[in-house]
Design a protein around this ligand. Sequence first.
Ligand code: HEM
Length: 464
Amino acid sequence: MFDRMTDPPPASPPMSASPPKANGVPLLGVLPYLASQPLAYLHQARERHGDLFYAKVGPMQLLVANHPRHAEHVLSRRNTVYAKGGPLWEVLRPYLGNGLLMSEGDYWLRQRRLMQPLFTQQRLVALSDLMLEAIDAGLEHWREPAERALPFDVDRAFSKLTMMISARVIFGRGMSAQEAQVLGSHVTHVIDSMVGNMLTKSIPSWVPLPGRRRYQQALKDVDEGLLRLIQRSGASDETADNDGLLASFIRARTSQVAEPLTAKELRDETMTLFLGGHQTTAYALTWSIYFLTLYPQVEQRMRAEVEALGGRRPTFSDLAALPYMRMVIQESMRARPPVWWIPRKALEDDEIDGHHIPAGTVVAPIMFTIHHHPEIWESPMEFDPERFTPERSANRHRFAWVPFGSGPRKCIGEHFSMMESQLALARIVQKFRFKGVPGRQVTPTLLTTLGTKDGVFVQLIPNE
Ligand code: HEM
């Protein structure tokens, strides 16, 4: 057993009783359990303490919320009461500035209205060519390990691939592969430092903690690299090379926004898309391959669907002919949601499940446990893409599957990311077969996203 409750609630708690508390170790709270057995701990804690309980995670005190009704309450129905406060968001701010993921209120609304038209279906069709170019170029690097039958870590490979795709789609054809790689490695370093920063944020900035200088240097390099790309995109306005999202931001106006975005605003928004889009989609793909190696019959069915395209490069309109592949990705994101939690801070007193929630409480809907809630999902531990057929999805709780969040702050890149995952998976299946490598354990980790500790190794076999 990992923990026990100190104060079990009475059989019929009065309306104002506080939710139970998950016990942890002094100072660190439940952090050691989350670090050593993350997914098992989340399941067991929900079983033990119920749908809503307090937990101390390192320096953070969280109200852990495990039911779809909590996602509905916090992210949608009462979204004006819950803001982006708490340690996760404070750590992201130096990196993302006031970009769309971080901003609030009128400024956020203005930016969202400006950016939303860039993510419409019509715009996505135009971006699919850029995406496919980057996918095909990236998959060339998979050929050699496949021919040499080397164990191949898809986790690292997808991280690189989605980084290149994001770079190509945001900065257009004007950015060289070399520039994308340099920017990518600085960004990776900054992302890797985030959780450490979250846990050490109360230690003053002048204390020379290991890695702090390198993080600050990487952040500076990212800023300088982005500003150079922004200047170049702005200077070569409307040229053939200038066809990524950044060029569209530079030209974007609405009836409310007549002025162009400043260089700082462009930096924050491009950085946000880079961060928001790349590692999340990489994990969606990594976990999909992981499950496909465990469920060969699912892989065969998906492969048959792709083979019906006849080996040619898929287009955006072909995606409608790949419904099973889409369900595989949806089911992978149910079982391993790349964004596993979405913390919010209560701006005023509130009530959840009859419990008084004081202003200032950090409430964290947990996508991982919501996606496995036994009241909603039949055999939640099984991998079953057909849960997502229209018939079986019809009467499901609207907030039962929320990998992209919900309410007004729902992911702007949802359709972009689904298109990217489907195109990438279709191309991989066309070019390779893959199987698991016996003896290689896959260990999940919960950092800002749900990733793996030592990667997911497969053996690739080239198709021709
Ligand atoms: C599998 C891939 C992805 C997942 C799981 C994911 C997940 C999420 C989630 C859960 C949120 C809501 C955060 C909150 O409410 O606090 C969000 C917001 C956001 N995402 Fe994504 N995302 C993905 C891909 C992308 C892509 C490809 C882009 C951009 C190209 C993107 C850009 C954003 C932005 C800008 C926001 C902030 C939206 C706003 O607050 O108005 N995401 N994402």
